[in-house]
Design a protein around this ligand. Structure first.
Ligand code: BTN
Length: 238
């Protein structure tokens, strides 16, 4: 994948900007980076606080098949990249929040568009808290940054290079048909594995169960009274 990086000081949302380019047939590898976002979007229509010091980017890919583990894979790549730059160990909360000491350091928003049931493109949007000194807002999401954790200021461009390298090698492995490594890497880092949690699932239903892993499609496996349920979309309530 040839990366074509387009950098901005400020955008509303790198995902939204890239979606416009995707519609204009920009190729796989188009990368939009912004130093700050004014309308950063998170999962479940949340806002994503995007102050200076964080890394906000979106990457366009156009695989020729559906990749159900893409967002799981991206989370593990972010966790591995954070480990490489800082030497610290991070956990991944299903499906792809990156956690350190019960606080969230990174979130991922994968958006896709299909044409005649085949994927046209995927936009992989990542927000990574690197050098922010504090978070005054959105405290309910328990945000933290690499700098708050370690006291050290990191080179944001260097982190992005590490991420892109790791992403490209995992992506080509996955495209060539290998997905076992994604699942085992995720299980190694899985936050709250073997713990009993409450999950918010469809129609505001709450399901209580023990997290036991993920299946081959990336669905969360939860054991409830001896029955294993596969959760395709939902959220662990903390
Ligand atoms: C989450 O809720 O955890 C997902 C957050 C995703 C934020 C990133 S920042 C870059 C990209 N552009 C956006 O508007 N959102 C994603």
């Amino acid at each position: 994948m040839i990366i074509n990086k387009i950098q901005f000081n400020e955008l509303e949302s790198t995902n939204d900007y890239l979606a416009e380019l995707a519609k204009q047939n920009y190729p796989e590898g188009t990368l939009i980076v912004a130093k700050t976002q004014t309308k950063g979007r998170g999962q479940n229509s949340n806002i994503w606080l995007s102050e200076i010091g964080g890394l906000y980017f979106s990457l366009l890919i156009r695989p020729n098949k559906y990749l159900s583990l893409l967002s799981i894979m991206t989370g593990t790549v972010v966790a591995d990249s954070l480990r490489q730059i800082s030497g610290l160990e991070f956990k991944v909360k299903w499906p792809n929040d990156i956690i350190y000491g019960a606080k969230k350091i990174s979130g991922i928003l994968v958006e896709s568009k299909f044409k005649n049931n085949v994927p046209d493109y995927f936009i992989i949007g990542c927000g990574i808290n690197i050098n922010q000194n504090k978070f005054e807002l959105m405290k309910e999401y328990r945000p933290t940054s690499l700098k708050i954790i370690s006291g050290i200021e990191y080179d944001i461009d260097n982190f992005l290079d590490i991420f892109l390298d790791k992403f490209q090698s995992s992506y080509s492995r996955y495209l060539s048909g290998n997905s076992d490594f994604i699942i085992s890497n995720f299980l190694d880092k899985m936050y709250l594995k073997n713990e009993v949690v409450d999950l918010s699932i469809h129609d505001n239903k709450i399901l209580r169960g023990k997290i036991i892993g993920i299946n081959r499609d990336g669905a969360l496996l939860v054991e409830n009274n001896g029955i294993i349920e596969s959760i395709y979309s939902g959220r662990v309530i903390l």
